[in-house]
Design a protein around this ligand. Structure first.
Ligand code: MIC
Ligand code: SF4
Length: 640
């Protein structure tokens, strides 16, 4: 029996374990990627390992998140990242060069290789055939030091594409349609691999839109084969020599196959406040909008901006709409200038924002109070835009442009007489803002301004656990709830004592004070706890506040690993109904915890306040148990 493409890449990188679905495997990582909001901690942790030069084939440090520089903090981070990269063999993509995932797709990704990135949308490069996985910064630091990346061998789901997208339908509608059926937790423990005749009509940036937002399925990653379309992409990027043909064997099999006829898709939108709350755009047609934003790592290729310019050409947006454009990279922007795209967008009333994450992460361009914002981005979690009561809808660039034009949510097929041009030729190639590592690393001084604080380290596990339930949350709590981002909090990413004051602020403004008073604590969560970003701050800051365990109905993959990496035990309920018996403020006791997690997967937990016991379960491998015993991955690695 032949192998699918995922199995082929894993087979050529596996160095520990066996390729059996659900079993722990350790794979070698060829490339790493970090961005500034997670990168500072990753490099502090890498430095702590005392390794002079990264052991990967390519490691790149990007600056794209914290680019609104209200004071010294963000630029302190940029300077640290530039100097630490020069010293340790890492490429540095300067602020202003673009969003990590778009630039990596353009300049670094290679089919058949593996990549680990400290950002949940690292799977974007799956669009060109690289197995690209998002993880916490500490996992990325270990990979840079030559360590394996451990994960449970995912189940591989095939997505068989047929047909061709109709005009005004786009790759975004493919992934939104999939999110509607698979949901934000449908992909946990899975990889989506695309195949079939429909592939031929999807360009690499379109494929990358799909793999990018595959992160919202909760999937480990998504993967396209590397074919003639991919070759064209490499040609346009003037690195055809790095292209190889790669994909599944003809007789490959998948655990399940989803069939999708591209010609049957219609423009879709994810409604507030979840990427899987998807309906056809035509059902939203009376909603008046205040703001439209085009960009983010999901949709900021030249074809995306070009489509918007074609729809808006010769017209001006109505006075109720503010339109912001954040191009994905300098290459995209320069090409858009050369091809008249920027001029047409500006003529239509667009505001050109930085080539960075920007509004996607609440770094500026926040909507008005109770505003309706229609965005080509990938996440619409409540408050993420920077405005707590705003409603954010996620759509394709075509739908966004049509909506900006009409001032209400509009199916782009309503706009008659527009034909979208082909912008794929004449890509601009420009590496001048990518700094290679220093040739004399010993001469480089790593500069740490006052914003860079040491990363706290976990404590070894205590014998017994007795702690208060500091918060009880619903299902699908995101890392944006646990550790909010936005322009005020993001600059604190290198300063854990300060950022920890904002933990759970969106759900309970008193959380920090409660945690301080209690000294230690437990979090009780619902299904898919910790979905969304890879930010390890959502584990590290709670650890710093004394959180010892999270007991949830289920976990998102990256957050669960981050909890273990920082010594917090992720337990689930043996009987999910026990969730209902716990209240915030209850005191929970697990006796002989240290002994218990080593000898059994099930432990008894006494709710002392309610005088009831229930069973908690963990599924940690021996390696992960050892990490917990030692207070996290950093201690574990040091002690190895
Ligand atoms: C996001 O889109 O939520 C982020 C900001 O890119 C995060 C990373 C971070 O929090 O720094 C992600 O997706 O992992
Ligand atoms: Fe940046 Fe948004 Fe992409 Fe995250 S999802 S990397 S914040 S553009």
């Amino acid at each position: 029996m032949g192998k699918n493409f995922v199995e082929k890449i894993i087979a050529s990188h596996i160095q520990d374990g066996e390729m059996i679905s659900g079993q722990e495997i350790g794979i070698k990582i060829d490339q790493t990627l970090t961005q500034d909001a997670t990168g500072t901690l990753a490099y502090l942790q890498f430095e702590a390992m005392g390794i002079p030069k990264v052991k990967t084939e390519i490691s790149v440090s990007y600056v794209d998140h914290n680019t609104l520089q209200n004071d010294f903090r963000n630029m302190d981070d940029h300077v640290y990242l530039r100097t630490v990269a020069a010293k340790h063999g890492i490429y540095f993509s300067r602020p202003g060069n673009g969003i990590c995932h778009q630039v990596h797709l353009e300049r670094f990704g290679i089919p058949g290789k593996t990549m680990l990135g400290s950002d949940s949308h690292t799977p974007t490069s799956g669009g060109l055939g690289m197995l690209s996985i998002g993880a916490g910064g500490l996992d990325v630091a270990i990979a840079m030091a030559g360590g394996l990346f451990y994960l449970n061998m995912p189940e591989v789901i095939g997505v068989k594409l047929s047909g061709k997208l109709n005009p005004m339908c786009s790759a975004k509608d493919v992934i939104l349609t999939l999110l509607k059926s698979e949901t934000v937790k449908g992909g946990v423990g899975k990889i989506y691999e695309y195949f079939g005749h429909g592939l031929a009509s999807l360009s690499v940036p379109q494929r990358a839109t799909i793999t990018n937002m595959g992160a919202e399925l909760g999937a480990t990653t998504s993967l396209f084969p590397s074919d003639e379309v991919t070759r064209e992409w490499f040609k346009s990027q003037k690195r055809e020599n790095q292209w190889i043909k790669a994909g599944a064997d003809p007789d490959a099999s998948y655990s399940r196959v989803i069939e999708m006829d591209l010609s049957r898709l219609v423009p879709m939108a994810a409604c507030p406040h979840s990427p899987d709350n998807v309906v056809p755009v035509s059902e939203l047609k009376d909603i008046i909008v205040d703001q439209v934003a085009i960009g983010s790592c999901t949709n900021s290729s030249i074809a995306d901006l070009g489509a918007a310019a074609d729809i808006l050409e010769g017209k001006v947006i109505p006075e109720n709409v503010s339109l912001g454009i954040s191009p994905g990279s300098r290459q995209v922007f320069r090409q858009a200038v050369d091809q008249g795209i920027i001029s047409r967008l500006v003529a239509a009333g667009a505001r050109i924002l930085e080539f960075a994450c920007g509004p996607c992460i609440g770094m500026g361009f926040a909507p008005n109070s109770k505003g309706v914002s229609v965005r080509t981005f990938n996440r619409n979690f409540k408050a993420r835009s920077g405005t707590k009561d705003a409603d954010v809808y996620l759509v394709s660039p075509e739908t966004a442009a049509a909506t900006a034009l009409m001032g209400r949510i509009t199916d782009p097929r309503e706009i008659k007489g527009v034909s979208i041009r082909d912008y794929s030729a004449n890509a601009m190639v420009d590496d001048s803002m990518i700094i290679p590592p220093s040739e004399v690393p010993e001469a480089v001084q790593v500069i740490k301004g006052p914003n860079i604080k040491d990363c706290p380290i976990g404590l070894p596990l205590e014998e017994n656990l007795k702690a208060e339930v500091l918060i009880k949350t619903e299902d699908n709590i995101t890392t944006d709830h646990i550790m909010p981002a936005g322009s005020k909090i993001l600059p604190l990413r290198s300063n854990i004592p300060e950022i920890s004051k904002h933990v759970f602020e969106v759900l309970d403004p008193e959380f920090y004070n409660k945690a301080q008073k209690a000294g230690s604590g437990i979090i009780v969560g619902g299904e898919n706890y910790g979905q969304g970003s890879s930010r390890e701050h959502a584990a590290l800051a709670p650890m710093y506040l004394g959180v010892k365990a999270v007991i949830a109905k289920g976990f998102a993959r990256i957050h669960k690993s981050n909890l273990v990496n920082f010594g917090i035990i992720p337990f689930t309920f043996k009987n999910p109904a026990d969730y209902d018996t716990i209240s915030q403020g209850d005191i929970l006791v697990i006796k002989n915890l240290k002994q218990g997690i080593q000898s059994s997967f099930e432990l008894e937990c006494l709710n002392q306040t309610q005088n009831k016991s229930f069973t908690v379960v963990h599924d940690l491998s021996r390696r992960f148990v050892d990490m917990i015993l030692e207070g996290g991955l950093l201690n574990y690695t040091k002690n190895q």
